[in-house]
Design a protein. Structure first.
Ligand SMILES: Cc1ncc(COP(=O)(O)O)c(C=O)c1O
Ligand SMILES: Cc1ncc(COP(=O)(O)O)c(C=O)c1O
Lengths: 123, 385, 385, 123
């Protein structure tokens, strides 16, 4: 199998999938503008992301990466989310094939955008 | 993962047991080089000759009109380059839905000064012979059109294109890799001058194929060396492969009709099942002029590879119609040529049935597909979610 | 005809039982297309990957530097055309004793405006590196020299030619179809940039071969289509063939040294026997720089095919060094290049030993050869009669 | 096998092979001047070929054809030998492969030359 057990698990059972009404922050990342897109929604309390949701168009690993990112992000300070790296997501997923690394990039980018949005709204 | 269902017969097929049985001795006992004049060589030559006769009988052509190659890709390269180089320069006509083996060969020839016209198709993936007619120029040196499309299964109106080509004395090459041994082909009635075929699509081995070249067709060879295949294709013959291809064709000649009927029924069962259980799904390709075993689905708003991956985890092998390359969902050139909108094209999944496929397999795949699509749509950032 | 002795291993070899065992499942069970992303495809891909690794290990190169082809002939075509076309035009250097797969490829390229220099050889069939040096021009784009000659067994001074090529940054292609897996090859020490090899010469299957391409070598592909082999060689991979080639190489890596010693001893026994019993006979090729198992005889005043036929009737398979084509006895281009006089060249008979060859086989062949030659000489219209 | 049993028999056991001292006629035929050559010697008594010998350079079928021709010719009138056709030799040999037909041509040609030589000497 090309993908780790963790990737498959998050692909098959994505955590925190879906949208959110009135989020405190939303952010998107598109990959070279070709329909591949991940969007995060954040609910923030006391500077922390207490609830996270995501939606995505994209291949299996993109879904898994978004799901993993939502798990990694929950409960963390919003400032912190801007610093969550694609590499952290990939590591948590136990690796991604060379030609699917972009999945972690997209998730990290969308999460950062959502965090910045929340900071902007708050600030 | 207990059950395994292979629905990717357009990609490759297992070698038929009867084919395997005929090939086996040629690896270890009848291992001579057919060019050798001694008994070891003659035994190998006999195997090659018999295979050529079997295929000739099936196609109703002369054995001398057949050249063995290393597969469909080489046959396509040989046909198009062989015609082009024999003429030195000029204009080539092909279509926008060809297999890359023809498509990129034409593009490569453009790099050598040939000109190419790539005729479009309608929403079913079908060529309009009138468009081919309009593309013909005084310096057109070859027309290359596939018989049936490997991705969507649409069968092209070869007979009409053949008539046009014949009237103008332009050689017509047909890539029949997906039809040879699946549906009847009459090269004379269809006006075909060259025909590509491949072993591994019809329960023969991989790494072997052939090209029919109508007697009198001006051609040059593209692989140089010894005087094999009547000086048309150099290289020690792949004897077991050739023997296997010959036997595979013989078996197909026997089983083809019944199998086509059986697969058509299974394909209908599949499509009815999918349509009833998966919302927003279409069957791509022509509704009637199509390969018996090919069912290419367009699942709206879902990404091909995710479906393939989901089914793979259930032991099911199907093929993605769009590839996710470095983050881009790229619909195949065929779907683009057909004008399929991106929200549908991104979810193209080709299921191709074959000898082993049963009604239970079909029902299992349908049952697996429904929840996978549903789950994938739950994460979508669009209306469908 | 009871006894059968195969002494034509330079023409082709039987598939080794260990090789056969590894190939078998890939025909019927692991039949996926390696390009497919599902489990069926991945299983096939694994077989291909393992084979590539095995060969890389044997050649001490990186797996990415290997491309699978349909055989030695395609590898040679690919190497020479791939180098030439990547440069568009220029000058090619090769020798007069190359296999037709290189020789005729160079000639074909001359038809496209390339210029070729065909360097001669001495009476042993050996190139003089100084002649290669003198042939080099500012616009020389490639040098292609075979490692060992298939007809007479002479091993070329590749190391010296490689040094020359490297100094001038000219890519060097070596046709190693007759040496790969028979004698050690160190591509780095010898300065080889491209290396052709073939499965069926080393107890692997027919219809599969490979080309080593040193990283960074400017090349274009010559077979267009899908994105197989890292876009270097289109066409569905011949999975069982590739698996077989990989295993064959692994087996050769293990057995090569001992086998070379054994064959050298048997070849000596053969030549001693022939020399003692057949008058006016010579061993062609270099006395020491030669393939272990190749013994090419020149039997004066007797016609090659008659000897081959005579031995064939005794169950023995050897190869004629001269062909009788439409009434002409035509010595091979190799013997002509070596300057072998016609009365010797017409009686060229190549015996090539292999795994199955025993001392009894050798003695049997010698015993059969003597009366055949004697009889053939009785009808001669010359002094020897 | 490419060759008929008769071809093989005459190849393995050529009849009347060898040369002749003081023949009444000799004749040669070469094939495109490339070393392939057949030579016949005739001993003539009362206008008939009572003894025939041949020598040849050439491939197996060339030997067989000369041997067969020598058998067909023995005892015949020398005039007659000029009319012996390649086809007759080939038929007697039970056929030759397409690309070895020349073997019969060479034998017929050499025999005809020998016959003409004998006729000339006699005449
Ligand atoms: C229509 C068509 N042409 C050509 C090919 C190439 O044939 P092969 O896989 O034998 O190289 C294929 C299969 O991939 C095909 O479907
Ligand atoms: C030196 C050499 N090069 C190339 C070839 C061609 O290889 P293949 O028989 O695999 O086409 C051969 C064998 O015939 C050979 O001996």
């Amino acid at each position: 199998m090309r993908y780790s057990a963790t990737v498959l698990d998050h692909f098959l059972n994505p955590r925190n999938a879906g949208m959110m009404r009135d989020p405190d922050g939303t952010g998107e990342e598109e990959y070279e503008g070709c329909g591949d897109l991940t969007r995060f929604f954040l609910r923030v309390r006391d500077g922390r992301a207490v609830e996270i949701r995501f939606q995505t168009y994209g291949c299996g690993p993109t879904i898994a990466a978004a799901s993993m990112a939502s798990e990694l992000a929950r409960g963390r300070a919003v400032d912190d989310l801007c610093r969550l790296k694609a590499q952290d997501i990939e590591t948590a997923l136990e690796g991604l094939p060379e030609d699917r690394r972009h999945a972690a990039d997209v998730a990290a980018g969308a999460l950062r955008a959502a965090a910045l949005d929340a900071l902007g709204k708050r600030g | 993962m207990t059950r395994r269902v292979y629905l990717d017969h357009n990609a490759s097929t297992p070698v038929h047991p009867e084919v395997m049985a005929e090939m086996l001795p040629y690896f270890t006992d009848l291992y001579g080089n057919p060019s050798s004049i001694h008994a070891f060589g003659r035994d190998a030559r006999e195997g090659v000759d018999l295979a050529r006769e079997r295929i000739a009988r099936f196609l109703k052509v002369s054995p001398q009109e057949l050249v063995f190659t290393s597969g469909g890709t080489e046959s396509d390269n040989f046909a198009v380059k062989g015609l082009a180089w024999a003429r030195g320069r000029g204009h080539l006509i092909t279509s926008r839905v060809e297999h890359h083996a023809v498509f990129r060969t034409c593009q490569a020839l453009e790099g050598f000064g040939f000109e190419g016209t790539y005729v479009g198709v309608d929403g079913y993936g079908m060529l309009d012979p009138d468009e081919v007619r309009r593309a013909i120029r005084p310096d057109t040196v070859a027309i290359s059109v596939m018989h049936a499309n490997s991705e969507v299964g649409t069968i092209q109106p070869i007979g009409e294109i053949g008539r046009l080509a014949r009237e103008r004395k332009i050689p017509l090459h047909v890539d029949a890799v997906q039809t040879f041994g699946k549906i009847p082909i009459d090269v004379d009635a269809l006006g075909i001058d060259l025909l590509s075929f491949s072993g591994h699509k019809i329960y023969g081995p991989k790494g072997i194929g052939g090209l029919y070249v109508r007697k009198g067709t001006k051609m040059v060879s593209i692989q140089h060396g010894g005087e094999h295949e009547r000086r048309r294709r150099a290289g020690t013959e792949n004897v077991p492969g050739i023997v296997g291809l010959g036997k595979a064709v013989e078996v197909r000649a026997r089983d083809m009709r019944a199998e086509a009927e059986r697969l058509t029924a299974l394909r209908t069962r599949f499509w009815e099942g999918v349509r009833a259980r998966v919302p927003e799904v279409r069957l791509s390709g022509h509704p009637t002029e199509r390969l018996p075993g090919t069912a290419s689905l367009l699942v709206r708003h879902v990404e091909s590879e995710s479906i393939v991956l989901g089914l793979d985890l259930k032991g099911i092998g199907v093929s993605a119609g769009s590839a996710c390359t470095a983050g881009n969902v790229e619909p195949s050139h065929v779907l683009v040529a057909m004008g399929v909108p991106l929200d549908w094209a991104m979810g193209a999944v080709r299921c191709s049935l074959g000898r082993s496929t049963t009604a239970e397999d079909i029902d299992y795949v349908v049952a697996c597909l429904e929840p996978i699509v549903k789950k994938l749509r739950q994460v979508l950032p669009v209306g469908a979610a």
